[in-house]
Design a protein around this ligand. Sequence first.
Ligand code: ADP
Length: 407
Amino acid sequence: MSSPSPAAPNQAPNQAQSEALAPTIAVIGGGQLARMMAEPAAALGLPLRLLAEAPGVSAAQVIPDHVVGDYRDLATLREVTAGAAVVTFDHEHVPTDHLRALAADGVGVHPGPEALVHAQDKAVMRERLSALGAPCPRFARIADAADLAAFGFPCVLKTTRGGYDGKGVWFVREPADAEPAFAAAAASGVELLAEELVDFARELSAIVVRAPSGQAAAYPVVATTQLDGICHEVIAPAPDLPEERATAAQQLALRLAGELGVTGVLAVELFETADGTILVNELAMRPHNTGHWTQDGAVTSQFENHLRAVLDLPLGAPDPRARWTVMVNILGAPDREDGTPVGRLYDGYPHALARDPRLRVHLYGKSMRPGRKVGHVNAYGEDLEDCLERARHAAAWFRGDLGDESE
Ligand code: ADP
C-alpha cells in the first residue's frame, strides 16, 4: 500500500489538486495522535501524508495518502517526505540522524532533531533541564548496582529511551526490585536513569504550542490521573490550582519550548507536591494525551494548533470553551473467561449517546485489548461533578465495567 510521491506520473488527481492548494504535511507514525490530526487537517484543507507501521493502523484508516514502512529506514522516510513541506510526528522515536538528513534534503522537520532528543532520551532531558534551572527530581545515570546503591532507595529507575505508558519505569525500594530494570536495559542496550521517588500530591500537565517564528500559545494547566503509568483522566483546568502556580507552570513550559527550540506541541508533565512545589517529570513533543480535552473543551484543539505551528501559521486561541472539561480514556478490558470481550465500542453507542447527548466520543479504530488506549470521551460544562460523572460513566460503559442494564 505504497502511495506515489507527488511528482509521480500516476499521481491521483485529487492529490495533485489538494497539494496545489496547501503544502503537504508528512506525519510519521500511524497511531491515534496522527489520526486526530486528520480532523483539523480536513477542516483547514491541509493535505497529510502518513508513514504507517502496518496496513490498517489507526491513522491509516483516515489518511488515504499513506505509505506502509519502517520509520527507522531513511529511504522510507525520504519516500514519505518527498514533496512535503514539513514532517512531524505521532511518536518521538525517529532516529535524529535521519531527521538531520531530511532537513538537509530541504524538508522542514518539526520538532527538529536538536529539540526532539530531549523527548527521546530522559537522561539528556534531565541534564539539559537542570542546566536551564528547571525544577527536577534528583537524578543520576545508573550503570550498575554500585551506582544504584550510591544513589539510594527508594527511587524510580527508568530506561533512558523507548519507554511509554509506564513501560520502562520501575519503582525500586530495595536492590532486588532493580533486577527487571537491569535486565530490560541489558536486553535493549539502553541506559538507566535513577530518579528520587517524588511524593507528589498530584500530576499536572502544561501544554504549550510554539511555531518556528517563535509565536506561542499556552493551554490551561490540567490535572491528570495516571494508573500504572497510563493516563486515565484529565481535568481542565486543574481544580484548586492557585493562579500564580498555574501561571508559573505555563511560563516554565513556554520557556522550555523556547530554550529547546520546540516547534509544535510541547507537553510538560509535572509533579505537584503537598507544599506546592512543581517538578518536571518529562517532556513530550507532539500532541499529548493530557491535551485531548482541547478537542471539545478549547477554542482551538492541540491537534489543530500543532498543524498550524509546524506550518508556521498564526496559532489559534487556546482558551477553554467551558468552565470545566473532563477527559477519560477508554482502555481495553481483559476478555471474559470464555474469550468474549467485556468491553464494547460501536455497540456501546446506543446507551452512551442516548444517556448524554452532550458527550463527545473519540474512538481510534482500534480493537479492544487489555490496557490498550482505544478511545476517550470528553464532557464539558459548568459543573465539575457533573462532567466527572458523565465522562467516567461513559468510559466505564465502553470498557464494560457497567452491566447491560446500566442507566
Ligand atoms: P512514561 O515515559 O512511561 O510516560 P514517566 O517517566 O512519565 O514514563 O513515568 C510514568 C509514571 O510513573 C508517571 O506518570 C508517574 O506517575 C510515575 N513516576 C515517574 N517518575 C516518578 C518519580 N520520580 N517519582 C514518583 N513517580 C514517578
